[in-house]
Design a protein around this ligand. Structure first.
Ligand code: KG4
Ligand code: ZN
Length: 350
């Protein structure tokens, strides 16, 4: 029944409230009918990072209106939708509760099925909405505000973890370094902008875990190394540009080294199945960084892997990716949930 509805291209609603973006979207197959995002940046800027309680309250304040706007812009009524996808983890518990309670409410009121969605899985699958080259199995580097992981994506719900960060996420590292340089939250895009035209070799920042031959990442030592350089020298405008370029270069060196190890490992796994991997996807907020994309693309070309990335605006948090993950689950024959709770910690594939 659900499969038939998708074939007829019936709208799916997505709702995302796991961190500091309140988002509602409506998709119909691969068409985006609406994509509403309320970013709480202003609320959190003065604290230099996301405050969970402030985030939950902001979600409560805007979600109902945002939902009406998204439905209105999509030109549908709630009864026209075939399902609702909502992020149920991982993320901040307050925000997850706001989103899932809202979704359950409208689902009960309109007799619609609900798909609880793992936010990481949504990042992992989004690219498939935009690019047919992202066929299973593919290698995924997930670099977001909360995670840094490399995974083989074998299918919907079928994930093989190759490695993850030993400490901080990459987005957190970008945000912390940006803060030390005086940039407001979120700092990742500001570092990227400042790095344009900077000298990537001006500062000697040590690459993390340089001699290691595994798929593990580390960013806490990099944060400390950056803090010590920034605090002992007062950087002028030119030097800030050079520092940002040098920081991004070291981050990219680390990611490229590890992704090439992941390629080798995935080839061993792929040897066991008939489908060879030749495509790598990067996803999550940091994947919208053009310099990092370019460096990873170059590294992958040496092993004849193709890099496939969703458009930048769909690398950062949004609700289109949640609706798309719901559609992927429907297509894979996964049943909607009768009841579910939130999972602030929820590894992909569990
Ligand atoms: O995926 P995302 O929107 O939220 C999470 O699921 O965590 O990622 C947010 C993170 C933030 O740390 C932000 O600074 C970083 O992604 N980010 C970037 C860029 N755009 C967002 N980092 C580096 N360069 C960017 N252009
Ligand atoms: Zn995210």
């Amino acid at each position: 029944m659900l499969r038939k509805m998708f074939q007829n291209n019936v709208p799916i609603i997505g709702i995302e409230t796991s961190c500091d973006e309140t988002a509602v979207a409506v998709i119909c197959g691969r068409s985006i009918l609406s994509n509403e995002i309320y970013s709480q940046t202003k609320e959190h800027e003065k604290f230099g990072g996301v405050v969970p309680e402030v985030a939950a309250r902001a979600h409560v304040t805007v979600l109902t209106d945002l939902f009406s706007i998204a439905i209105g812009k999509a030109g549908i009524r709630l009864r026209d939708a075939c399902a609702i996808g909502v992020t149920s983890g991982p993320g901040l518990v307050g925000g997850l509760l706001v989103g899932t309670m809202f979704a359950k409410g409208i689902a009960i009121g309109s007799c619609k099925p609900v798909y609880p969605i793992n936010h990481l899985e949504a990042h992992a699958l989004t690219v498939r909405m935009f690019d047919d080259r992202a066929k299973f199995p593919y290698l995924l580097l997930l670099i977001s505000g909360g995670h840094c992981q490399v995974i083989i994506v074998n299918g919907v719900g079928k994930y093989q973890m190759l490695g993850a960060t030993l400490d901080d996420s990459l987005g957190e590292c970008f945000d912390k370094v940006a803060r030390l340089l005086g940039f407001s939250y979120p700092g990742g895009p500001k570092i990227e902008k400042a790095a344009v035209g900077g000298d990537p070799f001006a500062f000697d920042i040590p690459e993390p875990l340089k001699g290691s031959k595994d798929c593990l990442f580390s960013f806490s030592g990099l944060k400390t190394a950056c803090a010590s350089i920034i605090q002992r020298s007062s950087l002028d405008e030119r030097q800030v540009k050079d520092f940002c370029a040098s920081f991004q270069r070291v981050v990219a060196d680390h990611l490229c080294r590890k992704i090439l190890v992941a390629v080798q490992k995935s080839e061993k796994f792929a040897g066991l199945s008939e489908n060879k991997i030749s495509c790598c996807v990067i996803a999550g907020g940091v994947a919208s960084n053009a310099y990092i994309r370019e460096r990873i693309n170059f590294a992958l070309s040496s092993v004849r892997y193709e890099l496939v990335v969703a458009p930048s605006e769909f690398c950062t948090d949004n609700a289109v990716m949640i609706a798309w993950a719901a559609l992927e689950r429907m297509e894979a024959g996964v049943a909607p949930a009768d009841s579910f709770s939130v999972h602030p910690r929820w590894p992909i594939g569990f």
